[in-house]
Design a protein around this ligand. Structure first.
Ligand SMILES: *[C@@H]1O[C@H](CO)[C@@H](O)[C@H](O)[C@H]1NC(C)=O
Ligand SMILES: *[C@@H]1O[C@H](CO)[C@@H](O)[C@H](O)[C@H]1NC(C)=O
Ligand SMILES: *[C@@H]1O[C@H](CO)[C@@H](O)[C@H](O)[C@H]1NC(C)=O
Length: 250
């Protein structure tokens, strides 16, 4: 499969309520040549596989923390952004309150007012039987996270999939979605509660048909724009020589 890549979208209109087709005009965006970007740095060595990583700087502990899919959400740390990171345990410690049969995936960590919020999901691979949950900690230390369990769920028949949560800067929305239906913004009542009446939320990016489905949304804010990153494609056989380049959109 050749088309696993990141797409950059301009989202401020969507977030302010003027929903447009998020892909219109994308083909006209200027893209820098591949040569303009440095090679990625390898920051984790050894036998640890880090999938769906999320990273936060813990100023008190003077360390960078990486969390990822794996066991009860892998927890790695390093005093240096560029690593090396060592595995220090897991975020949840025990099975998620959502399910003891399925592992939690795709953590998303944000530090707000001294508290660490880790949104994550639990799902059955290839289905919409999915739940987005939350664990919080006031120190960020391994084993210090308190699991609050599920915030909301999807099942067969829903148009979205409660997977790959991400807290949108500003704390008012959680972006989420994988394959089924694309990427959505679910409204938060507070950092620990979803506005259930607003579900499935605002659709911000359309799911492509297989094998080019989208998932793994990540949004950052740099005024005046919100930028959405996501991944497109399907396992397996990623070819790094076939990344999009210049004005190519595929
Ligand atoms: C962090 O890593 C960089 C790059 O390897 C290195 O130059 C620097 O000395 C490291 N800093 C610390 C505090 O280890
Ligand atoms: C894990 O579960 C055990 C038994 O229910 C409990 O005593 C322990 O505090 C839990 N640990 C965490 C990190 O939640
Ligand atoms: C899934 O469908 C149920 C039943 O219609 C609904 O109550 C729930 O809010 C839906 N979930 C989402 C995330 O849309």
């Amino acid at each position: 499969m050749h088309s696993l890549f990141l797409i950059l979208l301009l989202l401020s209109q969507v977030i302010s309520g003027q929903v447009q087709s998020p892909f219109s005009g994308l083909e006209n965006q200027q893209r820098a040549p591949k040569s303009a970007y440095p090679e990625p740095i390898k920051i984790i060595d050894g036998p640890v596989h880090v999938r769906d990583p999320t990273l936060v700087y813990d100023a008190k502990g003077q360390q960078y923390i990486v969390m990822s899919t794996g066991n009860e959400l892998l927890y790695l740390s390093s005093p240096n952004l560029t690593g090396p990171y060592v595995q220090a345990g897991s975020v949840l410690g025990n099975a998620s309150l959502i399910s003891s049969s399925y592992n939690p995936w795709a953590p998303d960590v944000t530090l707000i007012d001294g508290k660490f919020y880790v949104y994550y999901c639990v799902s059955r691979f290839g289905t919409q039987d999915s739940t987005i949950g939350l664990a919080i900690s006031s120190s960020g230390e391994e084993s210090s996270f308190h699991d609050l369990g599920g915030l909301f769920s999807t099942e067969h028949g829903n148009i979205s999939n409660a997977l790959d949560p991400h807290l949108v800067p500003g704390g008012e929305y959680l972006s989420y979605g994988s394959y089924f239906g694309g990427i959505y913004l679910a409204k938060l009542n507070s950092l620990t509660s979803i506005d259930q009446s607003s579900l499935p939320g605002i659709k911000i990016a359309d799911g492509f048909p297989f094998p080019n489905a989208i998932e793994g949304s990540f949004i950052f804010h740099r005024k005046p724009w919100y930028y959405l990153f996501l991944s497109e494609g399907q396992c397996c056989g990623f070819n790094q020589h076939e990344l999009p380049e210049d004005n190519t959109t595929e």
